[in-house]
Write a new protein. Sequence first.
Length: 245
Amino acid sequence: MQKELEFFGGQGFDDKSFFPEMLLILDTETTGLEPSDSQCIELGSILFHVKSRSILAQNSFLIPAESNAAELINKIPSEISRISQPWEEGLKYFEALLEKSDAILAHNAAFDSKWFGIPPLPDISKPWICSMEDISWPCELNLKGRPSVRDLALAYEVPVWSAHRALTDCIYLVEVLRRCSNLETLLKQGLEPRRIMRALVSYDQRHLAKNAGFRWNDPIPGAWTRRLSDREIRELPFEVSGVEL
């Protein structure tokens, strides 16, 4: 949790001249919620060229695990992960795709990012964009403040045939990005520096915070909070205050 807060609750990527021409869209499947007692069991990624809206490369592989407490969610039996296959070569290819990318895009990047830098996954120092929290999807889509991959895909009329496998979720995100006429603007906004803000709402107004994507009790007990840029703060229909961690 501390690593997550430091990375995503800091000042963000504050280089206004930077624009990611190459995105590495990635997703992880894990055996639990925290690296302290769990591991990544699957990694999927797609190298995406923004200007042409094109897939340049795809990669997905299982990482051997002794057990998988999250099997009911991701449908990956641990014994399947231990069948002999070239996952080490897959990891090397992932690192090559990572080297070619300018930025990383993930849905719930705060979760996915915390598994990197823990062997066998490499550390990632490139800027992250969270498609769940950092991108302001068009209001006419009537999405929740923190939409799921499934809801985001359906809002853009992307067929949903499966869920909770790493490469499949990456494909959904690619198809969403392809349908965005203002993708470049959304990505620039997604890279804006953000800080954790507390919603100053009463109990009767709590729906305003929830609808705006604020989370209750996470990471600040007894508060509605969300990471926001200055632009997003100005657009809120209620007051907020900064939170120091």
